[in-house]
Design a protein around this ligand. Structure first.
Ligand SMILES: NC(=O)c1ccc[n+]([C@@H]2O[C@H](COP(=O)([O-])OP(=O)(O)OC[C@H]3O[C@@H](n4cnc5c(N)ncnc54)[C@H](O)[C@@H]3O)[C@@H](O)[C@H]2O)c1
Length: 279
């Protein structure tokens, strides 16, 4: 399918390097005819490769720390200037936990870091929605998407305080989605993505084993960042106008599985190998 996003304008938060989900989504949105601005923190702009993506997609970059309402407001105001009016889609692809980075286990959370995790990874989504709503910056039938993870519903070893952030993120999508839908016919959803090897993903301890497990458990296998880009552009398009307030699992079927044949075989093998170190 071609030109699914022809005439659509958007804002993409959170592309850091070419492994980023937001990067792949930006490439796909561009390929499908959208125009958009890109935003990330000043630090990410210094150390990432966002210039390359901006050049490739003909986009302008607007720096913002997504925990600062004034920065987000600047992103929306400048984007409307640059793109020539209200936007049709917004991607929130932002997450970070200092507790995860510093390997602080969940029962020993540092509370300053915990508050930062929630602010950066979840409350920033509320801030994006609030600014957009106040500025009336999104066209009717527009679409806002944030990226989530199944740790919002189920406990996964070592996902730490990011699980709490994702639960809050998904709740914000429902709470704000109701108001934004009722008042302005704007959709708000989260996509719960398979574990994926990005900068944020590789910060999760044991991501290799986790990805192997979810691959074995999922009848369709893990969804990668390119698969996610395909799915996300459908949510930005006019083909999904009545989907809102949802958390949509994009994980090859993992969320509905209890045990698979492939995972069972691997588990049995671990007994044969006398795996002592398996927690
Ligand atoms: N990689 C995975 O396994 C996986 C799975 C499900 C969901 N997700 C989610 O996808 C989203 C994107 O992550 P990714 O995997 O592409 O990794 P990534 O590291 O490429 O992206 C995370 C982005 O968040 C940005 N960010 C951090 N603090 C910020 C702040 N204060 N203001 C603005 N931006 C800030 C970073 O600069 C970076 O661009 C995150 O919400 C992540 O939790 C990731």
């Amino acid at each position: 399918m071609e030109n699914l996003l022809k005439g659509k304008k958007g804002i993409i938060f959170g592309a850091l390097d070419e492994k980023s989900m937001a990067w792949k989504i930006a490439e796909k949105a561009h390929e499908q005819g959208a125009i958009f601005t890109l935003s990330n923190t000043p630090v990410a702009l210094r150390f990432g490769q966002l210039d390359e993506l901006a050049k490739k997609t003909g986009s302008e970059i607007i720096p913002a720390d997504a925990t600062k309402v004034s920065d987000i407001q600047n992103v929306f105001e400048k984007s409307m200037d640059i793109l020539g009016g209200k936007v049709d889609f917004v991607l929130h692809s932002i997450g970070m936990s200092l507790n995860v980075r510093k390997k602080i286990p969940y029962p020993e959370l540092n509370y300053d870091y915990y508050v930062k995790t929630l602010d950066i990874s979840a409350i920033s989504f509320h801030k994006v929605l609030q600014v957009a709503f106040k500025l009336d910056a999104i066209n009717e039938w527009g679409s806002v998407v944030a990226l989530s993870y199944i740790a919002a519903q189920r406990t996964l070893f070592r996902y730490n305080d990011m699980a709490d952030a994702k639960a809050l993120l998904e709740s914000i999508a429902r709470s704000f989605g109701y108001i934004y839908g009722r008042e302005r016919k704007v959709r708000v959803n989260t996509i719960s993505q398979s574990p994926t090897m990005t900068t944020a993903g590789s910060g999760v301890a044991g991501i290799d084993a986790l990805m192997d497990f979810t691959e074995r458990m999922s009848p369709l296998g893990n969804a990668d960042a390119k698969d996610l880009a395909d799915f996300t552009v459908t949510l930005f398009s006019d083909l999904t106008r009545k989907i809102t307030m949802q958390n949509l699992f994009h994980d090859g079927g993992f969320a509905s599985m209890g045990m698979s044949k492939r995972a069972m075989l691997q588990y049995k093998q671990s007994f044969e190998n006398n795996c002592e170190d398996c927690e």
